[in-house]
Design a binder for this molecule. Structure first.
Ligand code: HSE
Length: 308
């Protein structure tokens, strides 16, 4: 095999109460990444999208992860990479994770799968850490594994893949940029015990609800008393957008990752479509341009589209 093309999914991280420990792969949006062997050392990166990302491999998320892989395997040759990003950088939909995870999964396939999924998550983390300044795995792990993923212990790479609940997702991405590093800096360092109790009760409820596909329990557990009150101030109209979504029949939701995208879960596609429209209308009234997706959780992570 000389060349391989993969799709690499967007991911919703945190899922409200699960800051840094829960993430879910989604069917849309996703990036397309082609990795080819080159019979010489080095990495070339080419972007065929309009986001103006750096093509210098030392500054590109995919390049950094791929370089870490070359070092890990002591591989003597290199790769040519072509990336078509559809997940806008800085959207809160796991754009950097999709680049990092997509390229390492593709290169691993090209080389006959020498690496484990834990190795791949660790390598993808290298690019993710450069992009966001922190080593959270709640985007790269579901991007690689698909499904909903619990990061039980990131230092020990103890990640638990859960099946997806049977629900539909509205995602609305207001076209403003929030840097993950800034959205982390503003978070509280200490948490009052009462809030912590409420948060871990909701995490337990959410995971139980996901495992049992109990949509009512998921609905009750989509509550974030720690992160959302701080970060929601960065998103114009957040409270109104959320309320309109709930009034339109959504089960619940909140900020996707560090924002600015917002997600809402609904029981059926029709409701999810109405919810997305209602959310979009609030942003448009506030003169905030936005893009929306009506999608589903994806059971697949990075997927091979073609190889030759
Ligand atoms: N869990 C991370 C955060 C995800 O919320 O900062 C960033 O995409």
């Amino acid at each position: 095999m000389q060349s391989i093309k993969v799709s690499s999914p967007g991911t919703l991280s945190n899922l409200c109460c699960g800051f840094d420990i829960l993430g879910m792969a989604v069917e849309a949006p996703f990036d397309i990444i082609q990795v080819s062997k080159r019979n010489a050392p080095g990495i070339s990166i080419k972007h065929i999208d309009t986001f103006g990302l750096p093509e210098d491999s030392a500054k590109n998320i995919a390049g950094v992860s791929l370089m870490a892989m070359i070092d890990m395997l002591d591989y003597k040759e290199g790769f040519d990479v072509v990336i078509e990003k559809k997940i806008k950088p800085g959207s809160g939909l796991g754009s950097s994770a999709a680049s990092a995870a997509g390229v390492v999964v593709a290169a691993n396939e090209l080389l006959g799968n020498p690496l484990s999924y834990k190795d791949l998550i660790a390598l993808a983390m290298e690019g993710e850490a450069m992009a966001s300044g922190s080593r959270h795995m709640d985007n790269v792990a579901p991007c690689i594994l698909g499904g909903t993923v619990l990061i039980r212990d990131s230092a020990q790479m103890d990640v638990v893949r859960l099946n997806n609940p049977d629900l539909h997702i509205s995602i609305v991405h207001p076209q403003i940029e929030i840097k993950t590093s800034y959205a982390r800096e503003i978070l509280p360092v200490d948490i009052p015990l009462k809030k912590a109790v409420s948060q871990w009760a909701n995490v337990g409820g959410l995971i139980s609800g996901i495992c049992m596909n109990d949509l009512k329990l998921i609905e009750r557990s989509l509550v974030d008393v720690i992160i959302e009150p701080v970060r929601s101030k960065l998103i114009p109209g957040f409270n109104e957008v959320k309320q309109r979504a709930l009034d339109a029949g959504a089960m619940g939701g909140g900020i996707s990752g560090s924002g600015p995208s917002m997600f809402m879960f609904s029981q059926d596609e029709h409701t999810a479509t109405c919810v997305a429209k209602e959310m979009q209308m609030v942003f448009e009234r506030l003169n905030v341009e936005c893009k929306s997706y009506v999608t589903k959780p994806s059971s697949m992570g990075v997927q091979v589209l073609e190889s030759k």
